[in-house]
Design a protein around this ligand. Structure first.
Ligand SMILES: O=C(O)CCC(=O)C(=O)O
Length: 279
């Protein structure tokens, strides 16, 4: 069981991020990792980006070898092990001091970084992606992003980097004209936004640890120089009263299974074009 008396709530409020260690056991991580690998194989077999409702495989075709699976969103619709993780009570236990026990979910995705491959994320704030803006209220205090490490997550493996305390500054002047995924982090962007590159910290996680970060926290990540793949399972939860989008995850702390129809999250064409198709 994670140690919930570790001071992570105070860390989160002060720095805009926190880490809870040993949330999932090595045995659980082995099973979750195998489920994630299964989704990866499906992505490679698709060979290019594919969507079915909210489920979305972001794939880079590759003439020289297997297609590169960058990320898959909402894999829980069809992968039961991963669905059980997003609804695991440990998440609501960790999150309830911050955003309560009635939670919807906006993000459910895995990011892969192949050894030696690309896979950078430019400096950004996740608030940029919480759209439409009118669907979110009190974003800074109602939304928490979580990342479960499946592999050792550190500067050598393309781990995330945070600017502590940047979450207090609201929307910062970071370039939003470029794609975040696939653009290298450039400290000049921090200077431009009035932040100091010297303050940057590396996120270091062991498999089974969970990081939490605020939607306004400035963060990025680099390439994977390790010999292993770097997998990160990201689930983003929001206080239900403060959001008109998303799938329910917990009501009064109890897990809520998916309904008969998927909920509107980010994919605006969900009702018009929900059928499986390549993009
Ligand atoms: O997976 C990563 O390294 C970066 C994740 C990230 O920046 C995000 O999800 O906003």
């Amino acid at each position: 069981m994670p140690d919930l008396s570790s001071g992570y709530v105070a860390d989160y409020e002060r720095d805009g991020y926190a880490v809870v260690r040993n949330v999932f056991s090595p045995e659980e991580i082995a099973a979750i990792g195998a489920a994630i690998d299964q989704v990866h194989e499906e992505g490679v077999a698709h060979g290019r980006s594919f969507r079915h409702g909210n489920l979305f495989y972001k794939i880079e075709p590759n003439e020289a070898g297997p297609a590169v699976v960058r990320m898959v969103q909402w894999l829980s619709y069809h992968q039961p092990v991963l669905n059980a993780v997003r609804l695991d009570r440990r998440f609501v236990d960790i999150l309830s001091p911050l955003i309560g026990r009635d939670l919807k979910q906006i993000i459910n995705q895995v990011h892969w970084k192949e050894p030696g491959g690309k896979g950078d994320f430019a400096w950004h704030q996740d608030s940029r992606f919480r759209l439409p803006e009118a669907a979110y209220r009190n974003l800074g205090t109602s939304y928490v992003q979580t990342g479960l490490a499946i592999d050792p997550h550190n500067p050598g493996s393309g781990g995330m980097r945070f600017v502590p305390d940047s979450h207090r500054r609201g929307t910062l002047n970071l370039d939003t004209s470029v794609e975040v995924l696939g653009t290298a982090m450039d400290d000049a962007a921090l200077v431009e936004a009035g932040l100091s590159p010297e303050k940057v910290v590396d996120l270091v996680l062991e498999p089974g640890d969970v990081a939490l970060w605020n939607p306004y926290l400035v963060h990025a990540s680099g390439v994977n120089g390790a010999v292993h793949r770097r997998r990160l399972y990201i689930n983003g939860y929001v206080r239900a009263d403060d959001c008109d989008r998303g799938e329910w995850a917990f009501r009064d702390g109890e897990p809520v299974p998916f309904g008969a129809e998927p909920a509107l999250v980010h994919y605006e064409q969900l009702r018009q074009r929900g059928e499986p198709h390549y993009v």
